[in-house]
Design a protein around this ligand. Structure first.
Ligand code: ATP
Ligand code: MG
Length: 373
């Protein structure tokens, strides 16, 4: 009997718990091995980060290619970016942190390496410290270090759209020139804020314009995901009813994180049956746990926007939320005020639009809005 839950809901736990993505893995590997930089853009929670880590794991194991992964979501300016990026590069230098610290101290003039311990897990990580006006110099040193390496390496910068929000003008141009200065290093730029990412790479006025191959991912195919999940349940001695899996998949349009979170619940609760009833209970649990967050979130919006959000949630996908029929069906006010609310919800990415219409991006929020008057 397995004790570890094989359905992680955060991070990447290795190839055994990674489902499918064979085609995407092949494409990304192919680009990296043929000298093309890649931009990976897809809606939230589909598995971009997982894919990058899966491919980087393969590169390390099978090709002996060193990899660096930096998540810059928390970066609000160039100094933050430099700190995170330098930490990731230095962290990948050596298996022993002490050795890495010594090496950084020797190689880099502009910054000071330190080992910090995570307050909760106690896991040591390498971080760097520099004077505020030395961010530029440190970044230059980090890139020239990457460039000096005799072996090619692959570098992923996740949540790269953050760079476009920095207050410093010219950051994109600066990074673009650094990227060009290390031609043997392959870059993967990943991001979940699609319009920011597309603007950066597809607008002719921007420094990164057409400098990469664009890749995207959709949901994992239903059959492959069902087979994968069923096997993991079976290995634990509990058959997963196919209709339970299909119900979860449909409820969340196959978006990976929600499917994983539901399966994680079902797997973890041994008393829960692995049938449709168990699946429903798992999802109710997930929604209920988020009630507080959802209430807080809605407090930030005017009542008109909340009414519109609820109406969209009820429809699942709303084709024309400003049409007379939609307004009447949901007792909404004038189309002009609904249009203003819609704009705001789209800007905040609470609502998104795909070929089926407008929908509430957070699928648990959508269920909560639909079921709680
Ligand atoms: N192929 C896969 N098989 C199994 N689980 C996966 C797979 N891809 C992603 N996951 C899981 O799904 C969840 C979401 O994946 P991930 O964080 O990679 O998505 P993301 O697109 O980077 O999301 P975000 O936009 O929030 O950054 C994670 O818990 C991850 O472990
Ligand atoms: Mg991610």
């Amino acid at each position: 009997m397995k004790t570890i839950n094989p359905f992680p809901t955060a991070g990447y736990a290795g190839p055994e718990t990674f489902c499918d993505r064979q085609e995407e893995t092949k494409n990304l590997l192919d680009a990296i091995q043929n000298g093309r930089n890649v931009t990976l853009v897809a809606p939230r929670r589909l598995g971009k980060t997982g894919l990058v880590k899966h491919v980087f794991g393969k590169l390390e194991r099978e090709k002996r290619t060193p990899t660096v992964y930096a998540d810059v979501l928390a970066a609000q300016n160039l100094a933050d970016f430099t700190r995170i990026f330098a930490g990731a590069v230095f962290g990948a230098l050596d298996t022993s942190l002490e050795k890495a610290v010594a090496k950084v101290a020797r190689l880099f003039r502009s910054c000071r390496p330190t080992i910090t311990y995570d307050g909760v897990s106690g896991v040591p990580t390498l971080s760097v410290d520099f004077a505020p006006d030395r961010a530029d110099a440190t970044l230059r040193e980090v890139f020239s270090y990457l460039g000096r390496k005799d072996r090619p390496c692959a570098v992923a910068i996740d949540e790269f759209q953050q760079v476009s929000l920095f207050p410093e003008k010219g950051t994109e141009a600066l990074l673009r020139s650094y990227v060009q200065s290390v031609p043997q290093v392959r870059f993967v730029f990943a991001g979940s804020r699609e319009h920011l990412m597309r603007d950066m790479f597809l607008s002719s006025k921007r420094p990164f314009y057409q400098s990469t191959q664009m890749l995207s991912i959709g949901p994992i195919a239903r059959d492959a995901y069902r087979t994968f999940a069923s096997r993991l349940f079976r290995e634990d001695g509990r058959p997963l009813a196919p209709e339970a899996f299909d119900w979860i998949y449909d409820t969340f349009d196959g978006v990976t994180w929600y499917v994983q979170a539901s399966l994680n619940r079902m797997f973890g609760r041994r008393a829960m049956p692995c049938d449709l009833e168990g699946a429903r209970r798992a999802v109710v649990e997930l929604v209920r746990e988020n009630t507080y967050n959802f209430s807080r979130l809605l407090e930030e919006y005017p009542s008109g926007a909340v009414r519109l959000l609820r109406a969209i949630a009820r429809e699942g996908h709303a084709r024309q939320p400003t049409s007379g029929a939609f307004l009447a069906a949901h007792s909404l006010r004038a189309p002009s005020s609904v249009a203003v609310s819609l704009r705001k919800l789209l800007d905040k990415e609470v609502v998104r639009k795909d070929e089926r219409g407008y929908f509430v991006d957070d699928r648990l929020l959508a269920l909560w809005l639909r079921d709680n008057p």
